[in-house]
Design a protein around this ligand. Structure first.
Ligand code: LLP
Length: 416
């Protein structure tokens, strides 16, 4: 039996031990092949009508990954001035960027206006603010379709309990505020939330959203948001998200809409996780194994500062163990709690998970860490943010981010 990392040839023959000694741990490792193939998937979900996928770069905003997205012909959405700046730096033209912020100040809106980046406003207040800054301009508004979905309540972004978007009952007011400032609402967008494994909630939201879209005249684009899941339980053979079903069902709804609306505006989507999650892993080292009150703990250098998802949402990530570069794969398993090196009891990658033998100095590989992994890293306990490398299609290794340094942390406080 082979590990997933071996089966999928993720490393293209590179040795984990060699990588660990050259680049250190904890380390993010990406696969150029996988990321390119997922970008292609999302670029081609809708083929019958004008369509553009926007990669949602909050999932992973490494410059090399953004350049790959650009090469694969997807556009991007941005949540902040920082993301807009990165996208411009990666080579995206302003018209290939969609700014979808929440609760931003004038400075961020002005940055988008100065750079001709289409912006979506997600409250009447923000729309008014935008209108004052850019009277006579064009913008989009984000609408709550009333249907939300996601792997955890913290990532559901539509429905009854959310800070995001404009409620359907406030649309008339939004149109009035836009008129007062001579703003043209040329697009509408939605986002139901993050990670559903069946397209059903997304399709239910599409039904509502397209009904609402009929209230707007002359729309140039309709953006449906993202949220497509990936199989985090792949070692238990979880099935992937069915893109073909999505295409079929989504296109059916677009057929009906286009007939009623009279023409097809540009349709868009905003997937983040789907594009990058499976294309990234974390390599970590086991620094201590111990029993506390009969419970087995494997203490690693992959703390909650390196991967926040398990602590934040109780998220599952498959973990594989390597000993002297050989995958440890066995039928006999004992419960292990894999922890990090952070001073919090919640600093756990998993709790009491049946795992093969795991020893001090072994390496662990955390799967499916390419999305909301590095982009949510932080420096708690004054730990350094990890380095990132990419296994290129030809098997070579490219360093795509240096490990943070103590000097950088200290310099940021050198304010005199
Ligand atoms: N569009 C908007 C407006 C969003 O807010 C998001 C994600 C996306 C698109 C992309 O969603 P995706 O396709 O990646 O599901 N940190 C959480 C996920 C937070 C998602 C935030 N918004 C996690 O690690 O699960």
């Amino acid at each position: 039996m082979k590990s997933f990392i071996e089966q999928s040839n993720f490393l293209k023959g590179n040795s984990l031990e060699k990588i660990a000694s050259e680049y250190g741990t904890p380390l993010y490792i990406y696969s150029e092949d996988i990321i390119r193939s997922r970008m292609k998937d999302v670029a081609n979900v809708i083929t019958k009508y004008p369509y553009k996928a926007n990669y949602s770069c909050k999932a992973n905003s490494n410059l090399t990954i953004l350049k790959i997205a650009h090469e694969e012909g997807v556009n991007c959405d941005a949540m902040s001035e920082g993301e807009m700046r990165l996208l411009l730096k990666a080579g995206f033209a302003p018209e290939e960027i969609f700014f979808v912020p929440n609760n931003v100040d004038n400075k961020e809106l002005q940055f988008a206006i100065d750079n001709n980046i289409m912006t979506s406003l997600d409250s009447i207040d923000q729309l008014r603010r935008y209108g004052e800054l850019n009277p006579g301009g064009k913008c989009a508004i984000r609408i709550n379709p009333g249907v939300g979905a996601g792997h955890h309540e913290k990532v559901v972004t539509a429905g009854k309990n959310t800070k995001f978007a404009i409620a359907e009952e406030d649309i008339d007011e939004a149109i009035k505020v836009a008129k007062e400032h001579n703003l043209t609402i040329c697009g509408i967008n939605q986002h139901v939330g993050s990670l559903y494994m069946k397209p059903d909630p997304f399709l239910a939201a599409i039904d509502q959203f397209l009904r609402i879209a009929m209230k707007f005249e002359n729309l140039e684009f309709i953006d449906f948001g993202g949220g497509y899941g990936i199989p985090y339980h792949k070692l238990d053979d979880e099935a992937p998200f069915d893109m073909e079903e999505l295409t079929r069902e989504w296109t059916k709804r677009l057929d009906k809409f286009v007939e009623e609306y009279g023409y097809a505006p540009l349709f868009k989507s905003e997937p983040g996780r789907y594009c990058v999650a499976e294309g990234g892993i974390i390599l970590g080292r086991v620094n201590a194994v111990k029993y506390n009150n009969g419970n087995k703990y494997a203490g690693t250098d992959v703390g909650m500062n390196v991967l926040a998802r398990p602590t934040l949402y109780d998220s599952w990530h498959d973990i594989e163990v390597f000993s002297n570069d050989n995958a440890v794969v066995s039928d006999e398993k004992t419960p292990v709690t894999v922890t990090g090196n952070i001073c919090e009891s919640g600093d756990k990658l998993c709790k009491d998970r049946p795992m093969p033998e795991i020893k001090t100095e072994d390496l662990i590989v955390v799967l499916d860490a390419g999305a909301y992994g590095y982009s949510m890293c932080y420096s708690y306990n004054t730990r350094l943010k990890p380095a990132e490398i990419m296994i290129m299609s030809d098997g070579s290794i490219k360093k795509i981010r240096n490990r943070e340094t103590f000097e950088e942390i200290f310099a940021s406080m050198d304010c005199e």
